[in-house]
Ligand binder design. Sequence first.
Ligand code: AMP
Ligand code: ZN
Length: 112
Amino acid sequence: MSADCIFCRIVSGDIPSKKIYEDVDVIAFHDIHPIAKVHFLIVPKLHIESLASCEVQHQSLLGKMLLLAPQLAKEQGLAGFRTMINTGREGGQEVFHIHTHVFGGGDTLPKT
Ligand code: AMP
Ligand code: ZN
């Protein structure tokens, strides 16, 4: 837990979120600035800065986050979706607590 981390504060309930899933390791909630009809974030409760800070002991947690994407996307009514993990400032990361973006719905997403 990092007191000045917005996602740690969401995990602790200090800051409200539109939560769609929670278990002992992970929380998922809608992105506050969606870039698609449905856009949510899968966030581990453990404060890890980014994918670049992950080590071998985080392997199962990372796998859990990834496996949750299709399950939650289906529950949100998405037939297909895109996942994205921004890493580092140059990778477009703004919140330095690792998270997976999951988004889709409406029109087919453009090719990247
Ligand atoms: P990134 O650029 O990958 O670090 O993405 C951070 C994401 O967190 C952005 O898409 C923001 O819109 C989202 N975000 C920031 N604050 C909140 C919040 N309080 N609740 C939900 N999503 C948020
Ligand atoms: Zn954090």
